[in-house]
Design a protein around this ligand. Structure first.
Ligand code: GLA
Length: 751
């Protein structure tokens, strides 16, 4: 890592701010009438230069101007930091503030600024952080609207050693009147052209975060969630990459919104090819009442600039999320290899069956046994029990404590599944508190998987669940919690809130989720949390602040998983991706894949198993043992190394997927190649590697190569399916969905 610092310069003679860490520059200036005009964002440029020439204005017909008698100064023509609507700009604004007289137009102007070392935290919200003041510098700029008296504080934190800027906004109401915030973008960035491809991660349950791309066009392109969770459909992340950008070269700008609820990320390309990129809470269904003296803090959005392709962008996100978003003991410690009983038993288990799975797990080297759905209340199927976080007496008559003891006696850690935000009507909690579900008076609420959503916008509800969970955590001395969430929100309404605050329910719900996470992680710092939402329905940076790993997808098929993990890796580190080996035929795709490949895919994640090991034959059990030992040997490299995507499963031109991970000191790397269907008379195939030391000598399967060879010529991965069976080629041992991981070990410097 570089040792350059983050600097925030204010050049008074030009009213110009320059944020720079030697790698990236972010520049803007204050106009004569106090508007913040964006100048430049990209690769670092020199300091102490007047960049005002970047403010381009032309006289253009059919537009409007700020000052009478002037035919030049129009905000419509200008790139801005905090754009507003209705004062000569017609693009989407960063704020919409409804006032007593019904107007929603504001005209915020610069008031003052402050530079602080380090980075302040955001109250009640997940955010990146620093551990030493010199890791980042923060610029806070206050703007004021003269008529409403409202104030806006824009926050920019530049990190010293990563090309990352964290942005957020706070709105304050020092006036005597109530104001209503109807829209607030955490980030608004005007880029000078539209020559980008827009990259999003979208999909559905079971195929989350597929990479989808398109060219930007005049007009608006956006992704959003209206489901109350970040969603399977669209991840709160977008990259804009240049048309010639590849995985390893070219420019890319990534935006990740650190939030777990409704979001909107959009790029509006105007008539002069300026691209306005914005990220924030989705204005749809949002309206926040700002009482006199109250303030509203928007969530954080992270901006990453890379001139080293998408891999460069992803590596910056990975380093940030792993080291300065995730917190607590499990941030740095090796995660336990787990076994989860869900696909092994579903609801059909008893203590004996579970202990038998755990015994076998111990034998092969697994560290943690996780009991999934079904252990609580009257939960014998998915129509009852949610909300009752005490043991299911029918299934486990001796209690959770007894099971936990038995598991622990085997030398394993013990974890449990919860779905804290949900309730079934058939539960004690619902019978006592039917008013606690999210519902609209006089309307019948909709269900999802036979369950209803608890109103986490109500502290009383959150407190009840916290107490119930504490009891069971204490009783069974839990080491791990899987926090699930299996349906989107409907019937949005908070019976605990007045009519004027109904637009707050979605956001207050997310704040309630964060509050419960904060309370639990503070009280139980040793418990490892894994988030989940029917697989990857809430795989977002917001939850990574509390839970350093997330169940990536309910689809455990090793072939599908290549796409899901490849897409997820655009933003999220391998250490955050829960990845399990399951049984075949696979329960989601009905596909047969080799155990070897299932292991080779899941190893590039937070690794575990989700099957009954007692049903495997001895040869497979041995392979499982080898997989676990390989993973443990390389876990630190996999989780902390630099990850490079090499061959995309989405492009499909080579019937291959490939990626590699390289240690920070370049002394070791792992290369993985996964094949699709076997083919006959296969073409020769090489893969060009990345991230190695060109001067070093590396050993792969007892043969030596220089780093330069591997990165310029490539490494041969052709397999024996390129031949035909005969005397000289008796048994080409390759098959459909074959795969291989090579260990690349540095042996010294080139002589
Ligand atoms: C969700 C999760 C699964 C499993 C089930 C249990 O679908 O994603 O991993 O925990 O719930 O009901």
């Amino acid at each position: 890592m570089r040792t350059k610092g983050a600097h925030i310069h204010f050049e008074e003679q030009w009213n110009q701010f320059h944020l720079s860490n030697g790698e990236v520059s972010y520049l803007f200036k204050i106009s004569e009438d106090g508007k913040l005009l964006h100048l430049y964002y990209g690769k670092a440029v020199s300091n102490s230069r007047d960049y005002s020439y970047l403010v381009e204005m032309q006289h253009r017909p059919m537009t409007t101007y700020r000052q009478e008698g002037d035919l030049l100064y129009s905000l419509e023509h200008l790139k801005q930091e905090f754009p507003e609507y209705g004062t000569t700009d017609f693009r989407h604004p960063a704020i919409q503030l409804k006032q007593k007289n019904g107007s929603f137009i504001t005209d915020f102007r610069y008031a003052c600024f402050q530079v602080i070392e380090g980075k302040p935290s955001l109250k009640g919200l997940p955010a990146t952080y620093v551990e030493a003041a010199n890791e980042a510098a923060t610029l806070l700029i206050t703007l004021k609207d003269e008529v409403t008296k409202a104030e806006v504080v824009l926050s920019y934190t530049l990190f010293s050693q990563l090309p990352v800027i964290a942005r957020s906004v706070e709105v304050k109401n020092p006036s005597q009147d109530v104001l209503y915030l109807e829209n607030l973008a955490s980030l608004s960035l005007d880029l000078p052209d539209q020559d980008y491809r827009w990259v999003q991660l979208s999909g559905a349950w079971g195929r989350e975060r597929y990479v989808k791309e398109r060219d930007l066009q005049q007009g608006i392109q956006s992704i959003e969630s209206t489901r109350g969770i970040s969603s399977h459909q669209h991840n709160p992340f977008v990259a804009l990459k240049r048309k010639n950008t590849t995985e390893n070269s070219g420019e890319a700008i990534g935006v990740s919104f650190i939030y777990s609820g409704n979001f909107l990320i959009q790029a509006e390309v105007d008539t002069w090819d300026v691209t306005r990129l914005q990220a924030g809470i989705n204005p749809f269904g949002f309206k926040w009442e700002l009482q006199p003296a109250a303030s509203f803090q928007a969530p954080e959005a992270l901006l990453v600039y890379s001139d080293q392709g998408l891999n460069g962008m992803s590596q910056a996100f990975h380093a940030m999320f792993r080291n300065r978003l995730a917190r607590g003991k499990w941030r740095n410690e090796n995660r336990p290899v787990l076994i989860n009983n869900w696909e092994a038993t579903y609801f059909d288990f008893d203590e004996e069956k579970l202990v038998a799975i755990a015994e076998k797990a111990k034998e092969v080297g697994i560290d943690l046994f996780v009991l999934d759905d079904g252990w609580f209340g009257e939960r014998n199927h998915d129509k009852a029990g949610l909300g009752d976080w005490f043991v299911n007496q029918k299934l486990l008559p001796k209690g959770i404590g007894s099971l936990a003891e038995k598991i622990r006696a085997l030398g394993l850690k013990f974890g449990l599944w919860f779905e804290p935000e949900m309730v079934n009507k058939d539960s004690e909690l619902y019978r006592q508190h039917p008013e606690w579900i999210i519902h609209i008076p006089h309307r019948t609420p909709q269900h999802g998987r036979n369950q209803f959503v608890l109103n986490f916008a109500n502290d009383e509800v959150v407190d009840n669940i916290f107490e119930q969970m504490c009891k069971i955590i204490d009783e069974s001395q839990l080491d791990y919690i899987k926090w699930d969430m299996n349906r989107p929100l409907t019937d949005i309404y908070g019976v605990n809130l007045p009519a004027s605050q109904q637009g707050e329910v979605f956001h207050r719900y997310v704040l309630g989720v964060y509050k419960l996470y904060e309370q639990l992680t503070t009280k139980y710092p040793n418990v490892l949390f894994e988030s989940c939402s029917s697989g990857g329905g809430r795989f977002d940076a917001g939850l990574l602040y509390y839970a350093p790993q997330c169940w990536t997808s309910d689809d455990t098929d090793a072939i599908e998983r290549q796409k899901i993990q490849y897409g997820t890796s655009l933003v999220y580190p391998l250490s955050s991706m829960g990845a399990h080996v399951s049984i075949t035929p696979n329960h989601q795709t009905n596909r047969l894949t080799p155990l070897k490949t299932r292991g080779n895919v899941a190893i590039f994640g937070a690794f575990g198993y989700e099957l009954d090991l007692n049903k495997l034959d001895p040869a497979d059990c041995l392979l499982v043992k080898e997989q676990i030992s390989f993973y443990k040997q390389h876990q630190s490299l996999i989780h902390n190394g630099k990850f490079y995507r090499l061959v995309s499963p989405f492009e499909g031109t080579r019937n291959r997927t490939s990626w590699m991970v390289v240690a920070a000191d370049q002394s070791q790397a792992l290369l993985a190649v996964y094949k699709g269907l076997n083919e006959v008379n296969w073409p020769y195939d090489r893969i060009v590697l990345h991230g190695l030391d060109p001067e070093a000598v590396y050993e792969i399967e007892e043969k030596e190569y220089t780093g330069a060879e591997l990165m310029n010529i490539g490494f041969i991965v052709s397999d024996s399916s390129s031949g035909q069976i005969n005397e000289q080629n008796p048994l080409p041992e390759t098959f459909d969905f074959d795969s291989k991981i090579w260990v690349i070990q540095k042996r010294g410097e080139r002589k």
